[in-house]
Write a protein of this length. Structure first.
Length: 269
């Protein structure tokens, strides 16, 4: 089911002209609403974090300031997810199509992801968060960034409070293609190719399909995110640009998710 968020919260106070600092002032997670049933949480929530560039442009700031503010929004949402006991959270950090952006912005994003890991890794580890990265290996990713990703993955591999997956150099079509290539490489005969065989060759076969996928910025698109996995996901769209998104908005999405009836192709009633 596709549902767009009502405009509640759209009039949230300005994040301010100081970019990320104003967003950082809102880092504490919001109060969990009484209507949210913690016994019926989605097993897995995916987020398409969209709108950083437009957020910055609307304030006369460089696009890079939008990405910095977007980090604060992300970790406010992570805090909120941990507060309610969400077990799996996957966020779209850098797509295979993002290489088409201006070189300076791509370079900033590569450096930014490295410094983000150095700033946040140990804190997430202390809180029991397992960090994983879904996507293709690519020679264009600087070695130091890949090394930081590998170190974060290794450090947090034993954690189980929550799994935070960053879809980095990720594309849903690419993941399916890579799974098919693995089927071919494994010599699986055509008559044995089925959903289970393909699913077992996705980037993380142990990851449950997302029950709920959230997209910010008022766009109605999936944008090549978890195409195989979201076959029966509930979709929830927000008009907020990502840097303005907070844990309260995550909670609103979950409350609405809990009010829906999921039929998986069956009849109602």
């Amino acid at each position: 089911m596709i549902r767009r968020a009502s405009p509640v919260g759209a009039a949230r106070p300005e994040a301010g002209a100081n970019g990320a600092q104003a967003a950082a002032d809102e880092a504490t997670p919001d109060v969990v609403p009484a209507g949210l049933d913690r016994s019926r949480l989605p097993a897995h929530v995916g987020c398409v974090m969209d709108g950083n560039g437009r957020w910055a442009a609307s304030r006369g700031l460089p696009r890079t300031e939008g990405h910095i503010a977007g980090e604060e929004a992300l970790f406010n949402v992570v805090d909120g997810a941990l507060e309610i006991g969400l077990k799996w959270l996957t966020v779209y950090a850098f797509s295979t199509e993002n290489w088409r952006r201006p070189p300076d912005e791509v370079r900033f994003l590569m450096n930014f992801n490295e410094t983000l890991l150095s700033r946040r890794r140990d804190e997430l580890h202390r809180r029991g968060v397992r960090i994983r990265f879904a996507g293709r290996s690519d020679r264009r990713v600087p070695r130091r960034v890949q090394r930081a990703m590998d170190e974060a993955t290794a450090l947090t591999a034993g954690n189980r409070t929550m799994t935070l997956t960053l879809a980095f150099n990720y594309g849903g079509r690419a993941e399916i293609v890579d799974a098919v290539r693995a089927l071919v490489a494994d010599g699986v005969p055509a008559h044995k190719v089925n959903e289970r065989a393909l699913s077992s060759r996705l980037y993380f076969p142990d990851m449950p399909d997302p029950d709920l996928v959230i997209r910010s910025s008022g766009e109605y698109r999936i944008s090549n995110f978890l195409l195989w996995e979201l076959a029966y996901s509930e979709l929830w769209f927000s008009d907020l640009l990502w840097p303005d998104f907070r844990s309260a908005d995550l909670y609103r999405a979950i409350v609405e998710f809990q009010q829906r009836t999921r039929r998986y192709g069956g009849a109602s009633g």
